[in-house]
Design a protein around this ligand. Sequence first.
Ligand code: ACO
Length: 402
Amino acid sequence: GVDISALLKQTGHVTLDPGYVNTGACTSAITYIDGDAGILRYRGYPIAELAEKSNFLEVSYLLIYGELPTQAQYDEFAEKIRRHTLLDEDLKRFFDGFPRDAHPMPVLSSAVSALSTFYQDNLDPADAESVEISTVRLLAKLPTIAAYAYKKTVGQPFLYPDNSLGYIENFLRMTFGLPAEPYEVDPAVAEALDLLFILHADHEQNCSTSTVRLVGSSQANLFASISSGIHALSGPRHGGANSAVLSMLEQIVAEGGDVANFVERVKSREKGVRLMGFGHRVYKNYDPRAAIVKKTADDVLDRLGKSDQLLDIAKQLEEVALNDDYFVQRKLYPNVDFYTGLIYRAMGFPTQMFTVLFALGRLPGWIAQWREMIVDPANKIGRPRQVYTGERERSFVGMEQR
Ligand code: ACO
């Protein structure tokens, strides 16, 4: 019953755009998306080409510094990251304080927040050297933190990083290895995880990245900003969708595998029932990342010699949805998260780690966006306006008269 246009007139020059559907908050030279054409490019390079020819650390360099590295630049970058993978022993004790069944996302965010207390001399956003070392520390330590968050839930000892291994291999060993047993990293798994991290590495002004920028716009440090971004990512409408997809597929199987019936429930707008992993604010066409992930899901399951009933259900769901008017009219296509969970599951990750994997992949994008903002002369503190809809003016009423 509120007359918004009348209120807008009263408020003057405020634009009301809930969810920022049509409001640009910054200029950026990092990621280009054409949602209608299904195009995604990092620094001008098409995502499919990077997925095929590059690796995650190289893509991280590209996003953060703007250009592909030379061999010497790449080696130096990788070496710096390798030398910072350890966590301070005091930080390690943080993990003891969480309950055994703690969800790894808030653990991840808390530990990143705590990093700022260990590196208090390097927090000034205006100091380029501090920003540089914080960048390296975050990229190096997040996989260690993520692996420890997992180890905590399974009650296994933490493994120190093995710096003879590559970035992805090191993370896999810290996650799945045991101290007394040699751990052979499966190259098929490492390659697929590297690819998935590339696909997640940036996606311009999505909810978590906008959060990182907004928090950073107050000149809060990089660790504080990224920690906030991790929380933003955790919601089921954002990064949390990858685990929500798995729960949805499991529920369909538990209820007898009736895909058509589930789609009907989505269409009838039963409360809380959405087709998870479908739809996107910007893509009104097939998400180019989803096409690559779908193929990877087939390859990985084949190479690991696993078949997954849930993959069949997912494909059936996609088939039904893509041919159904409800989804066609609303331009709802599979997004990056529709098939990722199935791959993570085949790799041996429990469902609650899926969004943590998203965070590991998105980290270079968050860092690149924060750094771009910090040096942007047009950068101001983020401070949206509002359209006030409450009582105009009232006189205070004493408690005895209420
Ligand atoms: N299932 C069923 N209907 C949907 C879905 C879905 N997944 N997504 C959107 N719709 C419908 C809405 O009900 C709405 O219909 P209406 O116009 O008749 O009311 C219409 O499509 C538009 O939806 P909005 O919610 O307005 O679209 P918005 O751009 O705000 O939301 C979002 C995008 C959040 C991604 C949404 O599609 C969604 O909730 N998807 C499921 C969760 C998901 O997969 N999230 C991952 C996003 S990608 C990422 O973070 C990696």
